[in-house]
Design a protein around this ligand. Structure first.
Ligand SMILES: [Ca+2]
Ligand SMILES: [Ca+2]
Length: 248
């Protein structure tokens, strides 16, 4: 009996010890858990701050996305049937660079560098590889123009006179790396029926560094839209030379 009582007592002590250690573990793990809690909660803002750029990106996209349901093709738009409807049309170009001949910096009092003599982009004259950047058939935008630096892109805007079904916009551009001239690495095409409400129809990104140097390039943006007004936004490194734009 003494043995049994002793064993029972031993068992009780062992059980108590186990319970106590469990309690200790629980209480000792509790601070850990609570110390983890702030950690996770401190992670949470981090996660949310990390998520912010992500969520702000979709937001930025979604700020255009809501426009998508609003965007409807104009049923009265005229099919281009593969014809270049920009041919011979007037257009508006963003401010061009005015280089000071002594400093080469921007000087608003100096004449436009590599000007557009009206219709250069729609005259059907497509520069060849023999047309170096000094050839008159080129016009140029420069990312260093104060207004363009602030806005982030240069643009060419068309009023086609009536709404067309548009599936393709091409830009003939020059890459002359040694002269700081690059084909645009981003071409965004926006369309509008009224000239006020714009819809981003296409964003074309080009690995400019992989393009053959010292030659003329034709960049093709594809889309499936209608519009009377077309704005072509270009982002380039340094100079962006353009010789022809076609809208089909
Ligand atoms: Ca031309
Ligand atoms: Ca020119």
């Amino acid at each position: 009996m003494k043995k049994i009582a002793f064993l029972l007592a031993l068992l009780m002590v062992a059980t108590c010890c186990m319970l106590a250690s469990c309690g200790e573990e629980e209480t000792s793990s509790a601070p850990e858990a609570s110390s983890q809690a702030p950690a996770t909660s401190s992670e949470a803002p981090a996660a949310s701050s990390e998520a912010e750029p992500e969520s702000s990106e979709p937001e930025a996209e979604s700020s255009e996305e809501p426009a998508e349901p609003e965007y409807e093709k104009n049923p009265d738009a005229i099919p281009t049937e593969g014809a270049n409807v920009a041919a011979g049309k007037e257009y508006t170009i963003s401010e061009q660079f005015r280089a000071n001949p002594e400093t080469y910096g921007y000087d608003e009092n100096c004449p436009v560098s590599y000007p557009d003599d009206n219709f250069e982009l729609t005259d059907g004259v497509i520069p060849t590889n023999d047309d170096r950047y000094s050839a008159a058939c080129w016009m140029a935008l420069n990312q260093g123009t104060p207004a363009q630096t602030e806005r982030g892109y240069g643009y060419v805007q068309f009023d086609l006179g009536q709404s067309y079904e548009i599936s393709e916009v091409t830009i003939v551009s020059l890459r002359d790396g040694a002269s700081g001239i690059n084909a645009p690495h981003t071409v965004e095409v926006l369309v509008s029926e009224d000239g006020e409400n714009w819809y981003s129809a296409s964003v074309l990104t080009t690995a400019v560094d992989e393009l053959e140097d010292n030659v003329t390039h034709t960049l093709v943006s594809e889309m499936d839209v209608t519009g009377r007004y077309v704005e072509i936004r270009v982002i380039s490194y340094g100079w962006c030379f353009m010789g022809e734009i076609e809208i089909k």
